[in-house]
Write a protein that binds this ligand. Structure first.
Ligand SMILES: C[S@@+](CC[C@H](N)C(=O)[O-])C[C@H]1O[C@@H](n2cnc3c(N)ncnc32)[C@H](O)[C@@H]1O
Length: 230
C-alpha cells in the first residue's frame, strides 16, 4: 500500500501538488493543521498531541468520516480521542467537523493504523476501537486483515495493562471467530457480548456501517477484550 498521507506530507515540506491524481481533499488537508495529522507529525508528538496530556487516550482505527470520534469526544470530554483512517476524503471530512465544533479533545490522523500504533509509548493507550474493519472474506484475501497476531501483540504492548481495552465490532462471523481464537491463544480477557468499555459514557456509539447492517437485520458480533496480564 502506498503510504497513507504521503502526498500531503510532501506538500507540507514545500513540494508542489502532483499534476496527476488530483484530489481536492489533498489541498483541504493542508488547511486542518493541528487537527489532521500526518504520520511524521504523529511520530513526533505521539506521546502528547492534545492540549490536556493527562486525559486517557482513546483511538478509533478506521474512523471513516469521524461520526464516532465526534460522539466519543463530545460525550467524554475527559478523554482524548484520535481517529485514524487512510483516505484524504474521510480524514478531511472528519477534521472539518472537529474544526467547526471547536473541539480540542479530538484529532484525526491519516496513516496506516499499524504504523501509528507502533509510535505510541508502551502502556500509554487506554482504549482502541476497531469497528467493522474491511473483512477480506475470501480465503486468499485473509492475509490482508488488520487484526492478526502481529497487530494484537503490538496492541498488547501499547495498552494500559491495568484497565486498557480493545473494542471490536464486525458483521463477519469468520473475522470475529479468528480474532476470538487469537485473543484466547494470546491470553487476552474478554467481556460478555453487550458490555461496553468501563470509563466511557455508556451510549450505543453506532457506526455508519453498523447502521447499514442493522437496517438489513444482519447479525453483529462484538466484544471488549482486555490485554493479557503479566
Ligand atoms: C468498512 S469501513 C468501516 C468504517 C467505520 N469504522 C464504520 O464502522 O462505519 C473500514 C474503514 O477502515 C479504513 N482502513 C482500512 N485499512 C486501514 C488501516 N490499515 N489503517 C487505518 N484505517 C484503515 C478504511 O479506509 C475505512 O474507512
Amino acid at each position: 500500500m502506498r503510504q497513507a498521507g504521503m502526498l500531503v506530507e510532501r506538500m507540507k515540506n514545500g513540494e508542489a501538488a502532483p499534476e496527476k491524481h488530483f484530489n481536492p481533499y489533498l489541498y483541504e488537508a493542508l488547511e486542518h493543521q493541528g487537527i489532521l495529522m500526518t504520520g511524521s507529525e504523529w511520530a513526533q508528538h505521539a506521546a502528547n498531541p492534545f492540549p490536556d496530556t493527562n486525559q486517557p487516550l482513546l483511538v478509533e482505527v478506521g474512523c471513516y468520516m469521524g461520526k464516532n470520534v465526534l460522539e466519543f469526544a463530545q460525550n467524554n470530554p475527559n478523554w482524548n480521542v484520535l481517529g485514524i483512517d487512510i483516505t484524504y476524503k474521510r480524514t478531511v471530512k472528519a477534521a472539518r467537523k472537529i474544526k467547526s465544533l471547536g473541539m480540542t479533545n479530538a484529532k484525526i490522523l491519516i496513516s496506516d493504523a499499524r504504523q501509528a500504533l507502533a509510535e505510541l509509548p508502551p502502556g500509554s493507550l487506554k482504549g482502541l476501537c476497531v469497528f467493522f474493519p474491511d473483512p477480506w472474506p475470501k480465503k486468499k484475501q485473509k492475509k490482508n486483515r488488520l487484526l492478526q497476531e502481529p497487530f494484537l501483540k503490538l496492541l498488547a504492548e501499547k495498552l494500559d495493562p491495568k484497565d486498557g481495552f480493545f473494542w471490536f465490532k464486525t458483521d463477519s462471523e469468520d473475522y470475529f471467530q479468528c480474532v476470538k481464537e487469537l485473543t484466547t491463544q494470546l491470553k487476552w480477557g474478554e467481556s460478555a457480548p453487550d458490555v461496553l468499555p468501563q470509563g466511557l459514557e455508556p451510549l450505543p456509539y453506532t457506526t455508519v456501517f453498523e447502521a447499514l447492517f442493522m437496517g438489513k437485520n444482519l447479525p453483529i458480533y462484538r466484544r471488549v477484550f482486555t490485554p493479557p496480564q503479566g
